[in-house]
Design a protein around this ligand. Structure first.
Ligand SMILES: [Zn+2]
Ligand SMILES: [Zn+2]
Length: 237
């Protein structure tokens, strides 16, 4: 059973996401400490909220809960659950690493569908958590602890929210499109880099990230990108 999990596509997706998550978030935490101590005026000019910094206690809590989600919930709970779902949906037609990776189908057809599926899933679950006082108070409020987040805070969430609100929408794209394993690894890395960017706290290519505004104003920018917020009038740039 343990071998099956370790050799599964979902496990490799989680490993790839973990590698990029820890690399990016550790670099951003280091930049945060340089900027907080005024050791880099050049980097400080890019900080979106230059007067907001994470305290020592907040940093410890951040590392503990994020590590729990990334190193326990993702590999030990999400991998077996989504492997079963993936097998149930596609059975013997599920693609393996030995199958040919057809770039026209994987990149031009499946990836756009995965983006849409993830956006619909993330937006829907996110707006439900803001609409229900009970869910907000007991679940989603944890993720909103940081009004000016840092990259590591992208997975700082109640484990239930991490599983259903973050991982489920990301898994659903490859599962529904029966993505090739290489596409799935790529997709998890893209999703992880995107959410680290969204929570980095810095202007990248000259502008503040869309999701940073959600952490500050709460009732705007529920999506991971512009599509559904634009359609439903919840966008704030
Ligand atoms: Zn967030
Ligand atoms: Zn929220």
């Amino acid at each position: 059973m343990a071998n099956e999990i370790i050799e599964s596509i979902s496990f490799r997706c989680v490993v790839a996401a973990n590698a990029f998550y820890w690399l990016i978030s550790t670099i951003v935490l280091h930049i945060d400490s340089l900027v907080a101590k005024n050791k880099s005026p050049w980097l400080k000019q890019y900080k979106i909220k230059p007067n907001h910094y994470i305290s020592g206690k907040e940093r410890r809590d951040l590392i503990m809960l994020s590590a729990f989600n990334m190193l326990m919930v993702a590999p030990l709970i999400s991998v077996p659950l989504f492997e079963i779902l993936w097998d149930r949906v596609h059975g013997n037609f599920r693609l393996s690493e030995n199958d040919t990776w057809v770039w026209e189908i994987e990149l031009l057809q499946k990836i756009p569908i995965q983006i849409l599926v993830t956006e619909v899933g993330f937006y829907t679950i996110h707006i439900i958590m803001h609409s229900s006082p009970l869910l907000y108070k007991h679940v989603h409020k944890i993720h909103h602890r940081f009004q000016a987040p840092t990259a590591m805070a992208c997975v700082y969430a109640h484990p239930l929210e991490f599983l259903l609100g973050n991982l489920l929408p990301i898994y659903m794209g490859p599962i529904l499109t029966n993505a090739h394993p290489f596409t799935s690894y790529f997709w998890f890395v893209v999703a992880m880099v995107g959410t680290c960017k969204g929570h980095s706290g810095y202007k990248i290519f000259g502008h503040a990230d869309y999701h940073e505004e959600h952490h500050y104003y709460y009732k705007y920018n529920y999506g991971g990108m512009y599509i559904l917020d634009f359609l439903f009038g919840t966008m704030r740039l």
